[in-house]
Design a protein around this ligand. Structure first.
Ligand code: FCB
Length: 512
């Protein structure tokens, strides 16, 4: 079976599956020659966002700040990783990145020009505690204090991710996230942030993509510290879930204005066929990759992500941990980039992990990705791919948002990241005509508007990202920004998509 047949068949098999596609308008409006997955123009024309909707962008400290060893900042695991030859495409590092540590007034002014009302940014833990514990480094805190003041001065809500992957290397040297002690160290750090910045920041999330921190770092070995042990992954995941809850309590104890939510990665999971087994596998994917940490916080227990009982012992789970995990979020934040098709692998003999491949580090070996979740998750290629290699599938955001709304009793939702990688650069007039990015956002946002119209309480959307930056192991080979960064001289140029997004933010509609 070729890829297209596979995709068509899996879609056909989706009728009656865990997730359905149901357009608000008749499906016949999709003509045969339309790009698979594309959204009809009529949906884009009629999309409206509510008054007061928070249009924003998201960034991450290591991807934009630079100044990697300035003002007393300690080494992070990403400094160590990028300084190791062969780890990052093109050998680039985040030593300078977008130099935002020095240029933030310019970047905040650009955000204001784009009519932004919310800026999701992250704080670098090793700027605050260079070795991960102990008294705070005031120079680091002062920097973020100025940064937050500048945002407020521009009428932009400061939205703080406490951890977007830059763990102090000293804590990795003490075992990293599989070491349960990190939950308390993280809570101390969170308390410091809330004590010093909680008079002005009211919107906090402990972790960006906790599943990826654990999986990419400790099971797949693609990100620092590059370990490949499934039991380290499970232990890291458990520490992160404990840390999430401890941080929520620490932040609320230090700041009465604090609200705490999340910035989870999520991808809607569709069963490959309509069999009971594939539907159960898709449900396990959803439990493991999407809501593992959300369930832990909301219910004090892990969802059914495993074929059997959760491997509590391997996770380092102790009696009464349920109570520690329980820390209900005030609102639920998650990212949307693309979707997954999931197949069962529990009936096959498991032939060992490793050998991960694909956009989300999947394992197509017999028996599935790992001995506990036993599924195969693939990103289909029915829709077109972005230049960063992710399938464009706009209705995925509708399915995901409505699913989370249903499953968690209609919480307030924030889209914490959503965006696409295209490499468009300046034309001969210095303009950046990135029409594909505009189209990507038009379609995804039309589907988000449809979810809102159907009752989902979404209050914010953060485009990933404000400006082209250091894209992790891909270096500078992927560009996600609404603003073009010339890394030779740090010149910023607003792309056509940025100009378009500013009009969307001003009008709450997409046909602008
Ligand atoms: C997300 C990360 C973000 C950025 C985008 C493209 O997974 O949170 O830092 O790299 O992908």
């Amino acid at each position: 079976m070729n890829r297209r047949q596979f995709a068509t068949r899996s879609l056909a098999a989706m009728a009656g599956a865990v997730l359905h596609r149901h357009y608000g308008i008749a499906d016949s409006s999709h003509s045969a020659d339309q790009t698979p997955g594309s959204v009809p123009d009529s949906l884009i024309q009629k999309a409206r966002f509510p008054e007061g909707f928070l249009w924003g962008t998201a960034t991450a400290s290591y991807q934009v700040e630079g100044a990697w060893n300035q003002d007393g900042k300690g080494e992070s695991v990403w400094d160590r990783f990028t300084h190791t030859p062969g780890k990052v495409r093109g050998g680039v590092t985040g030593d300078v990145a977008c130099d935002q540590y020095h240029r933030y007034p310019e970047d905040i002014a650009l955000g204001k020009r784009l009519n932004q009302k919310s800026q999701r940014f992250s704080i670098s833990w090793p700027r605050i505690q260079p070795a991960g514990t102990g008294i705070p480094n005031m120079k680091g805190l002062d920097h973020y204090s100025r940064f937050v003041d500048a945002l407020l001065g521009a009428g932009i809500r400061p939205w703080c991710t406490m951890y977007h992957w830059d763990l102090p290397q000293a804590l990795e040297d003490r075992g990293g996230w599989p070491n349960r002690d990190l939950a308390n160290h993280f809570a101390d750090y969170a308390g410091i942030l809330a004590k010093h910045l909680g008079d002005r920041i009211t919107v906090w999330a402990p972790f960006n993509m906790p599943w990826a921190i654990a999986f990419m770092g400790y099971a797949a070995g693609a990100f620092p510290p590059c370990r490949t042990s499934f039991s380290d992954f499970l232990k890291a995941a458990h520490t992160l879930a404990l840390a999430q809850a401890e941080a929520l309590r620490a932040v609320k104890a230090a700041s009465s204005k604090a609200t705490v939510g999340s910035a989870y990665e999520m991808a809607p999971a569709y069963p490959k066929t309509d069999t009971e087994d594939d539907r159960a596998a898709a449900a396990r994917y959803h439990a493991m990759n999407n809501v593992f940490f959300l369930d832990a916080a909301m219910h004090g227990r892990y969802p059914k992500a495993f074929v059997g009982e959760p491997p509590y012992e391997l996770m380092g789970f102790k009696a009464d941990d349920e109570k520690l995990l329980h820390a209900p979020l005030d609102w639920v934040g998650f990212h949307y980039y693309t979707r997954r098709i999931v197949a069962d692998a529990s009936k096959e003999r498991f032939l060992g992990a490793g050998n991960f491949s694909g956009t989300e580090i999947e394992n197509n070996a017999p028996g599935g990705r790992d001995p506990y979740t036993r599924f195969r998750a693939a990103m289909p290629t029915e829709g077109p791919l972005t230049e960063a290699g992710l399938e464009v599938w706009p209705s995925g955001i509708y399915d995901l948002v409505t699913q989370i709304s249903r499953e968690y009793n209609h919480p307030i939702i924030e889209i914490t990241e959503s965006g696409c990688g295209y490499l468009d650069g300046p034309d001969e007039h210095g303009r950046i005509p990135d029409g594909r990015r505009i189209q990507w956002y038009r379609e995804v946002l039309a589907e988000l508007a449809r979810a809102i119209a159907d009752g989902a309480r979404v209050r914010a959307f953060h485009a990933w990202t404000l400006l082209d930056n250091f894209q992790w192991a891909e270096g500078h080979t992927e560009r996600y920004g609404l603003i073009y960064t010339d890394f030779r001289n740090q010149k910023r140029t607003i792309k056509d998509s940025g100009l378009w997004y500013s009009r969307v933010a001003a009008s709450n509609r997409l046909d602008v």
